[in-house]
Design a protein around this ligand. Structure first.
Ligand code: HEM
Length: 118
């Protein structure tokens, strides 16, 4: 079974992404980054990226991650908070620790493209 399948395929990943952004935008430290953002579009792109990196049948078609996060001044601690919210979401959905680690590693691989402030 691929990681994509273990996460519940398209439906499971989209449900996780929905809950993830509820947590991210409910975090006072992170909320300001998302003011004025079209969250429906963002959820769609994030779901596609996750489906692609976990071995699913969808291609990410959003912007290059460095370009998308370019002018936000995202700090290392805020990046870690975002990854933490995804891990917490997956944990509460009953995803195995090894699988959470794999998803975390896939996202952390993009850290240098996303973090532009200290
Ligand atoms: C953990 C790794 C991360 C990944 C994989 C990721 C992924 C993405 C993706 C796929 C998009 C959509 C790009 C598009 O619409 O073309 C996006 C947009 C965005 N991300 Fe991230 N992101 C990450 C971390 C962060 C962090 C740490 C923050 C802020 C603290 C953040 C804030 C945003 C915002 C505000 C947008 C919307 C930009 C816009 O529509 O103008 N992201 N991200």
């Amino acid at each position: 079974m691929s990681l994509y399948e273990r996460l519940g395929q398209d439906q499971g990943i989209r449900a996780a992404v929905d809950e993830f952004y509820v947590r991210v935008t409910g975090d006072p430290e992170l909320k300001p980054y998302f003011d004025g953002v079209d969250m429906g579009r963002l959820r769609g792109h994030q779901a596609k990226l996750l489906i692609q990196v976990t071995g699913g049948p969808v291609q990410y078609d959003g912007r290059d991650l460095a370009v998308a996060h370019d002018d936000m001044g995202i700090t290392g601690p805020d990046f870690d908070r975002v990854v933490g919210h995804l891990a917490g979401t997956l944990e509460d959905l009953g995803v195995a620790q090894d699988d959470i680690g794999q998803v975390g590693a896939a996202l952390t691989a993009h850290r240098d493209e996303i973090v532009t402030a200290s």
